[in-house]
Design a protein. Structure first.
Length: 568
C-alpha cells in the first residue's frame, strides 16, 4: 500500500494509459524508476503487465481509489510526503480491502456473509463457512460456493485471514481482518439508537441470518421482546417487502422474543405473519380464516414493488402460475377475500383494467433524499452542503444541484464514480444511494480535480413542505473556479493572499476581482443565496408534501456562467 501511495503521488495530475487501463510502456518504465522497481532484464518493456511489482501497486491504487482513469489518462491523489506514513497506508489498505463488500454500491450479501461469519466465530472450517453462504438466500448453490471462495481469496490477498491447521481447511480472522470487519460493520450496520425503520432499510438486502449478525449492537441495547416489538410496530404500516424483512429479522431474534409474538396474535392484517410464526413454533393460534389469502396478496404486492408499470400485469400472471393459480378469476376471489390494502390494485391488474396509481409508500419510492456533499482535501474551513433532492432525481439532476449548491460555474467536465467505476448520468439516485450511509464520489474539472464525497443521510423528512431541491445547511465558500485544485487553493489562501509582499499577491487580487485581500472570505456561506440559486429549479417543481408522498419532476440545468480560464 505504501508503494501504491507513492505511485498515486507520482501519477499526480495525469499519465497516459492504454485501452486495457494500464500505464503505457514508456510511462510504466518511468514509474518503475520512480518507485525503485527493477525491470525484466534484457528486454524492452512491451506492457506494464510484464512487471508484477508495478501491477500489484497499480491494482491496489485503482482498487482503493488512489488512482482514477478518465479518457485514457490516469489521475492520482498527491499525498506528497505522506506516502511513507503508516496511518495513510493503513487507511488505503482498509479502503481496498472493503471494496468487494459494496459499501459504496449495492451490498454484496455473500461477501458480507463470509465476513460476518468469520467475525462471529473467529475461526471456521472452510466447508462450514461455504455452507453458511449457500444457506443464506443464494439462488445457485454452486455460484454461492464459488463466490465465497473468491471472497476468501480476496481476504487472503489483503492479509485479513490466515490458515490454521491444514492449509485451506481452517481459516481464522487476522487482526487486520478484525479491523476490516469492525469497519465494515460500522459503515452500514444500525446504531443502537436507530429506529426499526432504519434497521430494515440498512439490512433489508441481506439474508436474515446475516443481517442479524450486523444488528448485534442494535439488539444489545434492547431486550429481545422490545426489539421484536419495535420491528412489529414498524411492520404494521410498512410496505410489503419491508414488512416481510421486519418479520424475518424478528424471527432471527429467537425464542426469547416469543412474548412479543404472542402479544400480537389477535392483530388483523399484518398479524397473519405473527400467526404463521406461532403455528410453526407450536404455539396456540387464534382462528383467522383470511390469513392465507392476506399472505398471498402480500406476496403479490411485494413482487410487484420494483416491476415497471408496463410489466406489472405480466409479472402478476407469472406469479400466479408459480403459486399454482391457473385462472385470474381464482386469484380475484382470493384477493377479494384477503382484506389486503393492495387488493384493489391487484384485482384491477388481473381484470385488465388500468389501476389507479398508488401513493408513494412511506418507506421510500418517491420520497426525497437527504445528502451530505463534502469537498475533499479542503479545510480551514471545510466546505460542505447538506441538500434535499427529489426521490425521482438522476445523477444528471444531482450534478446540477451540486453546481448550484456548492457555487461552481458549470464550466468543466464532471463524472460520478465509485472508485474507478464511472456511473452513467441517467442512473437514478435510488440505484447508487440505496440506503443511509451509502456514498459515491463526484469529480468536477479534470484539471483542478475537485473531488466531492456524497453521503446519503437517508430520506428527507419534509415536515415544512420545502420545495425541492433545497439546501438545508452548509459551511465554507466555494473555491474560485480554475484556481488549481485543493492544494493550490490552500496555497492561495494561506500564502498568496495573506502576504501583501508575495510576488503573486496583486495578480491574484486582480484575477479574483477584489480590491483587497480582506474582501476574500473562505468561510463565507449564505443559505439564502444557495437556495436562491436552487430556486431556478422551482418552476420545474412543485412542493413536496411528505404526508402525500409527492415528488418533483426532473430538474433542469441552470444557466452556465462564464469566466476566463486561469493560466497556471
Amino acid at each position: 500500500m505504501s508503494r501504491a501511495l507513492k505511485l498515486a503521488s507520482w501519477v499526480d495530475s495525469g499519465r497516459e494509459t492504454t485501452e486495457s487501463g494500464v500505464l503505457r510502456p514508456a510511462i510504466a518504465t518511468q514509474a518503475c524508476a520512480a518507485l525503485g522497481i527493477e525491470l525484466p532484464s534484457g528486454k524492452k518493456l512491451r506492457s506494464a503487465q510484464d512487471v508484477p511489482d508495478l501491477m500489484r501497486a497499480w491494482d491496489a491504487a485503482l482498487g482503493t481509489g488512489l488512482i482514477s482513469i478518465f479518457a485514457k489518462r490516469a489521475y492520482g491523489i498527491g499525498f506528497q510526503d505522506l506516502a511513507d506514513d503508516a496511518a495513510v497506508a493503513l487507511e488505503a489498505w482498509l479502503r481496498g480491502a472493503a471494496v468487494p463488500f459494496g459499501l459504496s454500491d449495492d451490498l454484496c450479501a455473500q461477501c458480507l456473509t463470509v465476513l460476518a461469519m468469520l467475525a462471529e466465530a473467529g475461526t471456521m472450517v472452510v466447508s462450514d463457512l461455504l455452507e453458511a453462504v449457500r444457506s443464506r438466500g443464494a439462488d445457485d448453490a454452486e455460484d454461492a460456493e464459488e463466490h465465497g471462495l473468491l471472497t476468501l481469496a480476496h481476504l487472503f490477498t489483503f492479509g485479513a485471514v490466515v490458515t490454521v491447521d491444514e492449509p485451506g481447511t481452517v481459516v481464522s480472522l487476522a487482526p487486520l481482518g478484525r479491523m476490516l470487519a469492525d469497519s465494515v460493520s460500522a459503515a452500514f450496520a444500525p446504531a443502537p439508537d436507530d429506529n426499526a425503520s432504519a434497521v430494515v432499510s440498512l439490512l433489508g438486502d441481506l439474508p436474515p441470518g446475516t443481517a442479524i449478525l450486523y444488528a448485534r449492537n442494535w439488539l444489545a441495547a434492547r431486550t429481545p421482546v422490545s426489539a421484536a416489538s419495535e420491528l412489529f410496530d414498524f411492520a404494521e404500516s410498512a410496505a410489503p417487502r419491508q414488512r416481510a424483512t421486519a418479520f424475518a429479522l424478528a424471527d432471527q431474534i429467537g425464542p426469547d422474543a416469543a412474548p412479543a409474538w404472542r402479544e400480537r396474535a389477535e392483530e388483523p392484517g399484518y398479524g397473519a405473519y405473527v400467526r404463521f410464526w406461532l403455528d410453526e413454533h407450536g404455539e396456540p393460534v387464534p382462528g383467522f380464516p383470511r390469513d392465507d389469502a392476506w399472505l398471498a396478496a402480500e406476496a403479490f404486492a411485494s413482487l410487484l414493488a420494483d416491476v415497471p408499470p408496463e410489466l406489472t400485469a405480466m409479472a402478476l400472471t407469472m406469479a400466479m402460475e408459480q403459486g399454482g393459480v391457473q385462472e385470474p378469476a381464482e386469484a380475484v376471489v382470493t384477493l377479494e377475500e384477503s382484506g389486503h390494502p393492495d387488493a384493489g390494485v391487484l384485482i384491477d391488474l388481473l381484470g385488465g383494467r388500468r389501476a389507479e396509481p398508488r401513493p408513494a409508500p412511506a418507506h421510500g419510492g418517491a420520497k426525497p433524499y437527504q445528502l451530505m456533499i463534502t469537498l475533499d482535501e479542503v479545510d480551514d474551513p471545510p466546505v460542505w452542503r447538506r441538500v434535499a433532492v427529489p426521490g425521482s432525481a438522476t445523477l444528471a439532476d444531482l450534478h446540477n444541484v451540486i453546481q448550484a449548491a456548492m457555487g461552481w460555474e458549470n464550466d468543466h467536465m464532471h463524472v460520478f464514480h465509485v472508485g474507478r467505476r464511472e456511473l452513467a448520468s441517467a442512473t437514478p439516485l435510488r440505484e447508487v444511494l440505496p440506503r443511509r450511509r451509502s456514498r459515491i464520489q463526484y469529480t468536477y474539472d479534470f484539471g483542478d480535480n475537485w473531488e466531492h464525497d456524497i453521503l446519503s443521510e437517508g430520506y428527507f423528512q419534509n415536515e415544512l413542505d420545502v420545495t425541492l431541491p433545497a439546501c438545508l445547511d452548509g459551511s465554507g465558500a466555494c473555491p474560485p473556479e480554475d484556481c488549481g485544485g485543493a492544494w493550490q487553493y490552500e496555497y492561495l489562501k494561506s500564502e498568496v493572499l495573506t502576504d501583501p509582499d508575495h510576488e503573486e499577491h496583486y495578480d491574484m487580487l486582480q484575477w479574483l476581482g477584489l480590491d483587497s485581500a480582506g474582501d476574500f472570505d473562505p468561510a463565507a456561506f449564505s443559505l439564502d443565496e444557495v437556495n436562491a440559486r436552487l430556486a431556478s429549479f422551482a418552476r420545474f417543481a412543485r412542493p413536496h408534501a411528505a404526508s402525500a408522498g409527492a415528488d418533483v419532476v426532473r430538474l433542469q440545468p441552470r444557466a452556465k456562467a462564464s469566466k476566463a480560464k486561469r493560466k497556471r
